[in-house]
Ligand binder design. Structure first.
Ligand code: ADP
Ligand code: MG
Length: 352
């Protein structure tokens, strides 16, 4: 996301369809299992809202009546637009653009909203041992991932860009909520966290309004509240990176969110070399060991962070994150001979 100058369009919300779910008798739930938390107003059919946000689509499914669903969807849309306006790299007036332009000259005072997001980025950097680093901006620019270039960068150019990367080099003042870059040319890129963070804000907002059950999909970052009527989990397909119309199987989603980092959507070719859109902040090189990394976590922002980080570091980090954060499940997919090779870590079960 954030990779094309896509201003937020203030298109009206469109309830696309009233989706009638296959009716599952509530009595089919296992004996003794607690009933899903369902507000009295829950409906059996979901109202579906779809609208553009960032560089993708938000899809909300709300199993509540229109008088609850419509204002909730409006509030979600406004919340997402506000976040987008703050962190859109392609709007020179956005808060992140102003930070990137001026934080080398003087400490940049952040809004509470931006400071909260930066807090997640700093925690992500620590938890992933630097594999997830929002200061990769100069590398993204160098490799032409946001704006295509015709020739591969030289080793000298990569070394120069790496000199401008490293969250540990940036000065964060926890009292004043300011950010100071030690060198001009550094810049932050929230492309690996924005959708997961946005999903978290959306689910928090809906939870505060007691709107449930809901399922929210922000460009492949998916999370829900409650469970769909008559079922004890949402079922989400894991896309097959080698045949994007197919799935590798499904996972059950309940009280967790899911995100995938894949090489199938956003790769470019420069002088015959395929460039992936995730870079290793240690080497400055785009990484392409995996075809896809899918992560399930209790916190929506973590699945987005971890999928990008594990794409960089692979199995050792997958193992560590799965052990360190309860409820984490990770799927690595890579090219095998004929068949994709799938490895899983932590709490995850892929069903056919
Ligand atoms: P997508 O946005 O396609 O769902 P990801 O969540 O994996 O995929 O995010 C990829 C984006 O993350 C890149 O476009 C870039 O903006 C950013 N990014 C690339 N490498 C890193 C990294 N090592 N750490 C943090 N962000 C990164
Ligand atoms: Mg990500």
């Amino acid at each position: 996301m954030n990779d094309t100058p896509a201003p937020t369009r203030s298109r009206p919300l469109i309830p696309l369809a009233l989706v009638v779910l296959a009716a599952c008798a509530a009595g089919l739930r296992g004996c003794g299992e607690p009933a899903p938390r369902t507000p009295p107003a829950a409906t059996r059919a979901a109202r579906v809202y779809e609208f553009p946000v960032f560089n993708t689509f938000a899809v909300l499914k709300l199993w509540v009546p229109p008088e609850v669903a419509d204002p909730a969807a409006q509030a979600v849309s406004a919340r997402l637009r506000d976040l987008h306006n703050r962190i859109n790299l392609f709007d020179p007036e956005s808060e992140i653009s102003r930070l990137n332009q001026t934080a080398a000259d003087a400490p940049f005072p952040c809004s509470d909203e931006l400071w909260a997001l930066l807090g997640e980025c700093r925690r992500a950097w620590r938890e992933t041992e630097g594999a997830f680093d929002v200061s990769v901006g100069p590398l993204m620019r160098l490799w032409g991932i946001h704006r295509k270039r015709e020739t591969l960068p030289t080793d000298g150019e990569i070394a120069a860009a790496l000199d401008l990367v490293g969250l540990d080099r940036i000065v964060f003042d926890d009292e004043r909520h300011t950010v100071h870059f030690p060198r001009p040319g550094m810049y932050l890129d929230f492309g690996g966290i924005a959708k997961g963070y946005a999903l978290q804000l959306v689910l928090d907002l809906l939870r505060e309004r007691d709107v449930s059950p809901v399922l929210v999909d922000l460009g492949g970052n998916i999370g829900g509240l409650g469970t769909p009527p008559g079922r004890d989990s949402f079922r989400i397909g894991i896309r097959n990176p080698f045949a994007t119309g197919e799935t590798l199987g499904t996972v059950q989603l309940r009280d967790r969110s899911i995100a995938t980092s894949g090489n199938y959507e956003r790769q470019i070719v420069i002088q015959g070399r395929t460039i992936q859109h995730i870079v290793d902040p240690r080497t400055g090189q785009p990484v392409g060991t995996f075809a896809g990394v899918t992560v399930l976590t209790p916190r929506p922002v973590d699945s987005d962070i971890y999928s990008t980080a594990v794409f960089v570091r692979g199995e050792p980090l997958a193992r560590k994150l799965a052990e360190q954060t309860p409820g984490t499940g990770i799927v690595l997919v890579r090219q095998g001979e004929g068949q994709p090779v799938i490895q899983t870590f932590g709490q995850i079960e892929i069903e056919p």
